[in-house]
Design a protein around this ligand. Structure first.
Ligand code: ATP
Length: 354
């Protein structure tokens, strides 16, 4: 018989394994090499505690291959042990479970997201945070919009956060909201080119090293789109729900759909959608018109079976309040515009989301 790999394997199949079956079927033969010169080499991997029982097996294997006409047979026997548990170093520390983690002291994390930029995600985040604080909730707001951090301006805070011990970061506070922004770590007007690992590091630092204190809810104002920050947040931290903000136009809705799809894949529950810049009411004459259309988000939410949390009007006061450093919920709490945000905040509390 020609000395081929198959012929060698067939010959070895004729040798019984002490644990039952034959040595090929028991997966003992590894790294089989049949050379043109007629030399045959292989490894016989045997159970670590039964090495002695395999001495005769090795001899039988050698003889069987030689009988095929091999010039030289070289069998290396290795003992294979079951993997040992990692050594107990006596620290008493349990291995950390993988997957999304809770941040100590923070009861819930809510992500505010949008598919497209400029649809009012940061305006919604700051107003919701202030409205929840006004309802007596302990609220944190993390501005994770690395490409356009705007919460310091919207909440009227400035200056660099202190780090007295060089390890933890003291957040800032205004209107009852504990706030930290990646914008506070950068020089104003500085363009930042973030790459994946830097983003992940910055986000983890913001979550773990900021002294948030005890919070009922941390609102995370995400960058627009479906990128590294969204992925890192959802994969590393237990996000309890996402709110997706969109304007009513198709272009915004197409991107919002992508965002919703991403949260579904990341197993983050969708709490609902908010239509921003819905109806425009002229601040001079009270005339009502739908600059970006109206009802698109409601239809989309219905299609997805997600609640429509609010339709926030497009109103000059909302913009001037945010630009002035006191969201409308704080500066004009009784206005119709503020009421829209306050209703969402109350609904979130009632449904256990905040
Ligand atoms: N309902 C509204 N009525 C009037 N102006 C609004 C409204 N919502 C947002 N704006 C204004 O639109 C601009 C963009 O809003 P905002 O910064 O909240 O959007 P964003 O989605 O967070 O944007 P970015 O993608 O830059 O993070 C801001 O000047 C804001 O004041």
């Amino acid at each position: 018989m020609a000395l081929t790999r198959d012929a060698v394997l067939t010959a070895l199949k004729g040798i019984s394994d002490p644990a039952g079956g034959d040595i090929v079927g028991a997966n003992r033969v590894k790294a089989l090499n049949v050379e043109e010169t007629g030399a045959v080499r292989f490894v016989l991997e045997v159970p670590g505690d039964k090495g002695a029982a395999y001495g005769p097996v090795r001899e039988a294997a050698e003889a069987a291959v030689k009988a095929l006409g091999a010039e030289k047979v070289s069998v290396v026997m290795t003992a294979h042990s079951a993997p040992k548990p990692p050594p107990d170093l006596g620290t008493g520390a349990k291995p950390k479970p993988k997957g999304p983690q809770k941040v100590p002291g923070i009861d819930r994390i809510l992500a505010v997201a949008s598919g497209k930029g400029g649809v009012g995600k940061s305006t919604v985040s700051s107003n919701l945070a202030c409205a929840l604080a006004a309802e007596g909730r302990r609220v944190g707001l993390l501005d994770a919009d690395v490409y356009g951090p705007s919460q310091p301006r919207m909440l009227g805070v400035s200056g660099r956060p202190a780090s007295p011990d060089g390890k933890t970061i003291l957040p800032l506070r205004n209107f009852g909201v504990t706030m930290m922004s990646i914008g506070l770590m950068m020089n104003e007007g500085q363009a930042v080119v973030w790459r994946g690992p830097m983003l992940m590091g910055a986000l983890q630092q913001m979550m773990n090293q900021v002294q948030w204190g005890a919070l009922d809810v941390l609102i995370v104002d995400l960058p627009p789109g479906t990128g590294d920050v969204q992925m890192t947040l959802s994969q590393k931290f237990q996000v309890d729900g996402a709110i997706v903000v969109s304007t009513p136009q198709d272009v915004a809705l197409i991107d919002a759909r992508k965002g919703i799809d991403m949260f579904t894949q990341l197993k983050v529950p969708l709490i609902g959608m908010i239509e921003n810049m819905s109806t425009h009411i002229c601040s001079n004459c009270g005339h009502e018109e739908h600059i970006f259309g109206h009802g698109g988000v409601a239809r989309e939410a219905e299609k997805l079976g997600a609640p429509l949390l609010a339709e926030i009007p497009l109103h000059l006061d909302i913009r001037t309040a945010s630009d002035g450093g006191a969201p409308i919920v704080v500066s004009k709490p009784d206005s119709t515009q503020a009421q829209a945000f306050r209703t969402v905040a109350r609904d979130l509390i009632r449904n256990g989301h905040a």
